[in-house]
Write a protein that binds this ligand. Structure first.
Ligand SMILES: Cc1cc2nc3c(=O)[nH]c(=O)nc-3n(C[C@H](O)[C@H](O)[C@H](O)COP(=O)(O)OP(=O)(O)OC[C@H]3O[C@@H](n4cnc5c(N)ncnc54)[C@H](O)[C@@H]3O)c2cc1C
Length: 587
């Protein structure tokens, strides 16, 4: 390793803790600064998707998260109804399983787990690896030049202090001071709508019966909002309520409980209020992810509607993309340009996920329209006392046997059916993203489909390596064989061993050979087909499981092509040039 370098992370949310664990696993000791007094809080995110679970497997926490989560929720239902006790408008199944006719697309499915529980597991893992979070410290300013200087405020006594680091990861969420201090602007609307989240506990199991759901969308004359289920037994909930321009303070505890009870449809239902908070629904992506030695990840550089459950997942996957690159640069195995590929790869994914989340949100408006309710219409300030909605009861007009009521009901049903893509998008959105530009070498093959519901495994350069496993486990799978540093080369042909060794020596980068097939490692029955190579071909994979380069069959150019792929990581040409420039300056 070159000179030891100090890496600081602002924010111990899911993005910051993931970066911290991945760095710790690579032997670094990041300084994690968090303004909360401890790891507790209230949940927002609840769905960890398939790709995130694979990242968690690398971090050594996938099984813990699976065990602590509601693993059935992602194959349960989304229900639209007047209130939990009231009439039901329609039901849609969630298709969370990552599988196609050839078998599982991953060792994992998505899981429903409250963000708080997930953060605690990540925090424990970081501590287990010897890491430490500096709680109760708020970053109040950042100055970045050759090194990065932070001004900190101790939340307990207001005492100020400073911290200098070589690299700073801004994982400090939507209001990111790191982003603002480095002058990085966001593109896109800051406020689409404002919401209040009411966290509560109540035994709602009796209302779920044969319609066990992840989400209950409530739209009636007496109630309006979404119930998110955070556990299997139907006790822990959040209700999201659109509040428009109203300040959160107008809703005291009594009003919040009343709003929940109206949505339950039982004004005497016992509700234990846990907390109330407000937030902006935005659709923004940062113009840049990097300012010199400062890098942004997670909500600090993208924030979008929760319709799609992608915010936290995108943030964790940002960290996964970034950490190996940063380590490779610090360790002198890669040129600085590798870090620039982080923004080139991840920013378009954030934009895609923003667009998809907004698209899902707008489509949800079709149901409101069919019910005769203005989309995202806020509740009234006195929602706890009077009727919750601003529209009269009769506007719903879907009861009775009149032709109008019948056609209204049909419109509601068809609007609900239209949401299928949103709740079945699993594999396409979660696994099917391919980097269009960045640290990989295109092989001229057509880019895989980017349709939200569609994912065909394809080792297209820039895409996630397809999963295949002899026993279904991650550890024995293609993805499980990828090494956390350097380049992993998959092939069935033993001739590659000498080439791989040669390129490793020439480039100074670690190359690991994974030979599979007869007489070698078993990576599953379809490994070669899924990799899209012939018997003599090879696929080179980056530490984040994305394909760097693919060669369908061995040719006499193969060695030099693999060398070029290694050079793309090492940035050899530019590093050599700068070394020569330094030498000539010194003379
Ligand atoms: C209702 C709702 C439901 C959602 N559901 C999902 C879902 O199912 N799946 C999904 O993927 N996403 C979901 N999201 C989005 C998800 O919650 C966020 O995208 C996620 O929390 C972002 O993680 P992060 O670590 O980037 O930022 P945050 O979680 O915001 O963490 C940032 C951390 O930085 C700390 N911090 C901030 N400023 C400072 C400072 N100046 N100094 C020190 N510390 C600081 C904060 O205290 C915080 O701990 C949902 C969001 C909402 C509102």
């Amino acid at each position: 390793m070159n000179q030891p370098q100090t890496i600081a992370i602002v924010g111990a949310g899911p993005t910051g803790l993931s970066a911290a664990i991945l760095l710790r696993q690579r032997g670094y000791s990041p300084i994690v600064i968090e303004r909360r007094p401890d790891i507790t809080g209230y949940p927002a995110a609840h769905v960890a998707n398939t790709r995130t679970m694979e990242v968690f497997a690398e971090m050594g926490v996938a099984d813990r998260i699976w065990d602590a989560g509601d693993t059935n929720a992602m194959s349960s239902l989304v229900v639209w109804l007047e209130s939990m006790a009231g009439r039901e408008y329609g039901i849609l199944p969630i298709q969370g399983a990552a599988t196609d006719e050839r078998g599982p697309l991953s060792a994992y499915n998505s899981v429903n787990i409250p963000q708080t529980r997930l953060e605690k597991i990540l925090f424990d893992r970081f501590v287990e690896l010897g890491g430490e979070v500096r709680f109760g410290q708020e970053v109040i300013d950042v100055r970045a030049s050759e090194t990065v200087e932070l001004s900190l405020r101790n939340m307990a006594d207001d005492a100020c202090s400073g911290l200098r680091c070589d690299w700073l990861l801004g994982c400090d969420g939507a209001g990111s001071i790191v982003r603002r201090a480095t002058g990085i602007e966001m593109d896109g609307p800051r406020t689409i709508a404002r919401f209040m989240t009411i966290y509560f506990e109540a035994d709602l199991d009796r209302f779920r019966q044969d319609r066990r759901g992840l989400l209950y969308w409530i739209g009636g004359p007496e109630a309006r909002g979404v119930f998110i289920s955070f556990d299997e037994i139907g006790r822990t909930w959040a209700m999201l309520v659109p509040i428009g321009d109203l300040p959160i303070e107008v809703f005291d505890d009594t009003a919040a409980i009343r709003i929940v009870q109206k949505a339950i449809g039982d004004l005497s239902a016992p509700v234990s209020l846990q907390a109330v908070s407000s937030w902006n629904m935005s659709a923004q992506v940062a113009q840049r992810y990097r300012h010199g030695r400062v890098l942004l990840a997670g909500d600090a550089c993208h924030r979008f509607p929760p319709t799609g459950g992608l915010g936290m997942n995108t943030g964790i996957q940002d960290s996964h993309n970034l950490v190996w690159k940063l380590c490779a640069v610090i360790e002198g195995q890669a040129g600085d340009a590798l870090i620039d590929s982080y923004e080139r790869e991840r920013r378009p994914i954030a934009q895609r996920n923003t667009d998809q989340s907004v698209h899902n949100l707008m489509k949800m408006g079709m149901i409101d329209a069919a019910l005769g309710i203005e989309a995202l219409a806020p509740v009234k300030a006195d929602a706890g006392d009077g009727p919750v909605a601003t529209w009269p009861a009769e506007v719903l007009g879907i009861d009775g046997d009149t032709p109008e009521a019948r056609s209204r009901r049909a419109a509601v049903q068809s609007a609900i059916d239209e949401q299928a893509e949103h709740f079945a998008q699993g594999a396409g959105i979660d696994l099917g993203f391919t980097y269009a530009e960045g640290a990989f070498i295109p092989d001229g093959s057509p880019e895989p489909s980017s349709a939200p519901c569609e994912y065909r495994p394809d080792a297209h350069p820039g895409a996630r390596l397809p999963f295949n496993s002899p026993d279904g486990s991650f550890a024995q799978s293609t993805l499980g064989a990828v090494q956390p540093a350097g380049i992993t080369v998959f092939t069935a042909d033993s001739r590659w061993a000498a080439i791989v060794d040669g390129v490793a020596v020439e480039s100074g980068i670690d190359l690991h050979l994974v030979r599979f097939g007869e007489g070698a490692r078993n990576l599953g029955p379809q490994a070669r087909d899924l990799l899209g190579i012939g018997t003599s071909g090879a696929v080179a994979v980056r530490p984040d499981g994305h394909v760097l380069w693919r060669c369908a069959e061995w040719t006499h150019q193969s060695a030099s092509e693999l060398r070029d792929a290694a050079r793309l990581i090492t940035g050899e040409t530019s590093r050599q040039a700068s070394r020569e420039a330094e030498r000539s300056l010194a003379n």
